[in-house]
Design a protein around this ligand. Structure first.
Ligand SMILES: CC(C)(COP(=O)(O)OP(=O)(O)OC[C@H]1O[C@@H](n2cnc3c(N)ncnc32)[C@H](O)[C@@H]1OP(=O)(O)O)[C@@H](O)C(=O)NCCC(=O)NCCS
Length: 115
């Protein structure tokens, strides 16, 4: 294993990716650590809205809670498309709105769940 051994895999993964141009990643990486950053949870259209996303997201929360992290962060589109399914799912799992970030005519909400 390379790098600072106090860093968690998710943090190392974020830092290894070519994220210098990604405003969300850059913003999230400025947050106090440790945290898990969740991104791109997706369920194919058929069978959406039949419980798969909730199962996957609950598993993410359970796995994160087993580690040394105290919070999960995620970003959800607010504009030009407000991602209502994702927002509803996040609120049901106990995520709270932290802040909004804007770039390139896009707006994303940053959400946080304390573990
Ligand atoms: C967001 C997503 C992962 C949810 O997965 P899913 O399997 O369809 O959702 P579930 O059946 O597990 O529903 C869980 C909760 O999500 C919310 N939800 C899901 N689909 C919804 C819809 N079409 N409208 C409103 N709320 C919705 C509801 O709160 C739902 O709880 P409920 O059943 O008690 O109402 C899925 O809709 C998806 O892949 N969307 C496209 C990709 C995306 O936007 N990913 C997130 C951004 S990274």
């Amino acid at each position: 294993m390379q790098g600072n051994p106090t860093q968690l895999p998710s943090e190392r993964c974020l830092e290894r990716l070519p994220l210098a141009e990604d405003p969300i990643a850059a913003h999230v990486l400025s947050k106090p650590r440790p945290f898990v950053y969740a991104d791109q949870l997706a369920v194919v259209r058929d069978p959406q809205y039949r419980g798969t996303g909730r199962l996957l997201a609950k598993r993410l929360v359970e796995d994160a809670a087993k580690g040394r992290v105290s919070q999960i962060l995620c970003s959800i589109s607010h504009y030009p498309i407000r991602n209502t399914p994702s927002l509803n799912l996040a609120f049901k799992l106990g995520f709270k709105h932290l802040e909004e970030i804007e770039f390139d005519s896009l707006t994303f909400g940053i959400y946080k769940k304390e573990l």
